[in-house]
Design a protein around this ligand. Structure first.
Ligand SMILES: C[S@@+](CC[C@H](N)C(=O)[O-])C[C@H]1O[C@@H](n2cnc3c(N)ncnc32)[C@H](O)[C@@H]1O
Length: 267
């Protein structure tokens, strides 16, 4: 089992297949992106910044929300995301730009230069950028961030003998999670609305192939980089298979939260 770079989706096709599995087995039938955009007016947005844009999963959902002459700027550390992101962003806005950069605690953009900023399942990789988002956002702009709950996948991991606390991804997630994200944002924005998105994935024995495909995708990001062990990964997959085949169904926790932050406190 190859170890993908932490935080990177491997291939667009693999990402699509995994997204499809997540949607198919979700108890929450509404799309998290539509929940995130519910009631938000983006018709006045001239420039939008997408941090950790990946393949443009989130800009895809903005297609009918942005004015036709708007510009989307995507930033991501992985150059391979450029092409797919630009195709999606150009379909959603008048123009698009991809900046290949590793984000940390600085943004190379002038103060008050964006009407909206989004960070969809990415802010936990670079939480130090939050004050900079407040700086580059216009006073009436909005910052939309999506993240996972710290409890995601917890019961399943326990059941197959992998302590969730050992998970490498969990230590990343603790940097900006559903549980602590609101407090981190409130240090830099006067208004922070939190929209919990409750969800579970439910798999039955006949869903084994999809269940294992999801876990195969997930496992490499759970194990500490220095100790990734293909034999252990195989053993965990075997335990997961045995668990599903001996149960009525297996439930995976998949709660997320959307944060909508306004009124940046930047000077
Ligand atoms: C889980 S993916 C989310 C992608 C996309 N926003 C979405 O919602 O599908 C996280 C993205 O953050 C990017 N990323 C991780 N660490 C980064 C960093 N320090 N600077 C810039 N991009 C980073 C990864 O390359 C990846 O595309």
């Amino acid at each position: 089992m190859d170890r993908p770079c932490l935080g990177a989706y491997t291939e667009p096709a693999v990402h699509e297949a995994i997204s499809h599995i997540i949607r198919r087995y979700s108890t929450n039938r509404s799309d998290v992106r539509h929940e995130a955009l519910q009631g938000i007016d983006l018709t006045g947005v001239a420039r939008l910044l997408d941090l950790g844009c990946g393949f443009g999963f989130m800009v895809d959902a903005l297609a009918d929300a942005l004015p036709p002459d708007s510009e989307i700027v995507g930033v991501d550390v992985h150059p391979t995301n450029r092409e797919v992101f630009l195709t999606r962003a150009e379909a959603a806005a008048g123009s698009a730009r991809f900046v290949c950069r590793r984000l940390d605690s600085h943004l190379d953009f002038p103060r008050r230069s964006f009407d909206a900023v989004i960070a969809s399942y990415s802010l936990y990789y670079f939480p130090g950028v939050i004050p900079e988002v407040a700086r580059v956002l216009k006073p009436d702009g909005l910052f939309l961030s999506l993240t996972h709950s710290e409890s995601q996948f917890e019961c399943l991991l326990e059941a197959i003998g992998f302590a969730p606390r050992q998970s490498e991804f969990r230590s990343v997630l603790l940097e900006f999670s559903a549980e602590n994200g609101g407090a981190k944002l409130a240090e830099h924005f006067a208004t922070v609305e939190s929209r919990p998105y409750h969800n579970r994935l439910v798999f039955c024995p006949e869903d084994l192939d999809d269940f294992l495909a999801l876990l195969r995708f997930k496992l490499p990001s759970l194990m500490p980089a220095q100790t990734f062990d293909p034999d252990r990964a195989t053993q965990l997959l075997e335990r997961a298979r045995d668990l599903l085949m001996s149960s009525d169904h297996v439930i995976i926790e998949k709660d997320d939260t959307v944060f909508i932050s306004k009124e940046p406190l930047s000077l």
